[in-house]
Design a binder for this molecule. Structure first.
Ligand SMILES: Nc1ncnc2c1ncn2[C@@H]1O[C@H](COP(=O)(O)OP(=O)(O)OP(=O)(O)O)[C@@H](O)[C@H]1O
Ligand SMILES: [Mg+2]
Length: 416
């Protein structure tokens, strides 16, 4: 069997439909650096794992990538399970941004607590599994530039023969897989900073357009409405209704102008980190200004760059729900709580106002606010609960699943 032709024919389907069902062993000619050919007796499963690595490398070069760590980890663990003929294998990474699910984060934390991030040698370890049962695992560090990036963990049960882990070819395959992890990380980082840069440029140009056109026109309108008010007041004694109407128009224009300026400021600000939490706080402060509603705001966890769409949705939901409290609830207190866990985002907006009837919860009538909230939640596959009773206030609970968790449940077999 010629490796070269095999590799050339590979495409992304082959990567996703990785199959190691055959038990036979074959003499395979493996191309080596410097065009020296070597024939080795390779177990077919190891050969398949090698092909998996090669096809992944080719796809990385061609820019056809598994879209994120969830997909990549699924594929990689499947390849390891096949090569080692075991039920379980985990890729555990030490970067909290990349935690895939609870089991992976459990192993990552346990390894870090054991100081494994400094251990650059393969070994067998005694750990407790996620259920607390003692287990023995094979530990293979992913090591690059004097830094442990993570490790492969393969639980070893009685059925597994130890030599399966010591065999040179299989170790070589793990080495290749760890290279694949490092290449994938480098590619994601490069793509990520490129995308961030593009997003920043687009945001700046949108901000500039809004500033040069919409903001200027609103400013012009604000000045004109101010003059109109003065003119009417100086020339005649307008009746109360006209003055009130003018006052309202003036207030709305100034409000719009303020909102547009805030939007410009937000578009100019960085899209990561704490500044988002601060802008949520500022938003609440602005909405509640002059309302005499006592407001509590708390956030647990950080908005990371991968949560931008969730952040946008949460921002708009908090904005609408708080405006509703000011407009309709006649409340004394408002509590906004946001919590980010490993699996989800949870938002609670609670007031102690007049409450709403069940009918207006399900059927919000002419308003667009609650409808908008529902649509935002649906778009991100979240859940929305509105609890309210007349005289007992209103509680809005929104839950968004974290994206990485959702994609991990995706099954690459279905692509085959
Ligand atoms: N926190 C609340 N307390 C009491 N009633 C509420 C509350 N939130 C919403 N409501 C009721 O639900 C109705 C629908 O709200 P929704 O936000 O959809 O519309 P709106 O605020 O009237 O208009 P819009 O948001 O389009 O400007 C409101 O008219 C109000 O009667
Ligand atoms: Mg509303």
């Amino acid at each position: 069997m010629q490796m070269k032709s095999g590799i050339e024919r590979m495409d992304d389907r082959e990567l996703y439909s990785f199959d190691c069902s055959s038990k036979e062993q074959k003499n395979i000619t493996v191309p080596r650096v410097g065009k020296i050919r070597r024939t080795v007796l390779w177990n077919t499963k190891i050969f398949q794992a090698y092909r998996w690595y090669r096809s992944l490398r080719i796809l990385l070069k061609k820019d056809i990538l598994p879209p994120d760590w969830g997909h990549f980890t699924c594929l990689l663990e499947k390849a390891i399970r096949c090569a080692y003929q075991v039920d379980k294998a985990y890729l555990c990474l030490y970067d909290p941004k990349i935690y895939i699910d609870n089991i992976h984060s459990y192993y990552s934390f346990t390894l870090m607590n054991r100081g494994a991030s400094k251990n650059a040698h393969t070994c067998f370890m005694h750990l407790n599994d996620a259920k607390g049962e003692p287990e023995r695992v094979f530990y293979f560090p992913i090591h690059s530039h004097n830094r442990n990036f993570g490790a492969f963990i393969i639980p070893v049960n009685i059925m597994n023969r130890v030599n399966r882990f010591v065999a040179g070819e299989r170790r070589a395959i793990l080495k290749l897989f760890s290279l694949a992890v490092i290449h994938f990380e480098q590619r994601l980082q490069r793509d990520h900073s490129r995308v961030l840069q593009q997003i920043c440029e687009v945001r700046k140009s949108v901000a500039q357009d809004i500033h040069d056109d919409l903001a200027q026109r609103l400013f012009y309108l604000a000045v004109q409405s101010y003059h109109l008010k003065n003119m009417i007041n100086s020339r005649c004694a307008p009746d109360k209704a006209v003055t009130e109407l003018l006052e309202k128009i003036d207030k709305q224009i100034n409000g719009c102008h303020g909102e547009v300026r805030r939007l410009i400021q937000e578009l100019h600000s960085p899209i990561e980190g704490n500044s988002r939490i601060e802008s949520l706080e500022t938003l609440l402060g602005r909405i509640m200004e002059g309302s005499r509603i006592h407001t509590e705001f708390s956030v647990q966890g950080q908005f990371k760059d991968d949560d931008y769409s969730v952040y946008k949705a949460i921002y708009r939901i908090v904005e609408e729900a708080s405006y509703n409290v000011v407009k309709h609830a006649r409340a004394k207190n408002l509590k906004v709580q946001i919590e980010r866990t490993t699996v989800q985002w949870e938002v609670h907006i609670v007031d102690d106002g007049v409450g709403m009837e069940e009918d207006s919860i399900c059927n919000p009538g002419k308003g667009y606010g609650l409808r908008g909230i529902r649509e935002r939640v649906l778009a991100l596959k979240g859940s929305l609960t509105i609890r309210s009773q007349i005289g007992e206030g209103t509680e809005i609970v929104v839950i968004f699943p974290r994206r990485s968790k959702e994609t991990y449940e995706y099954d690459p077999d279905s692509l085959g």
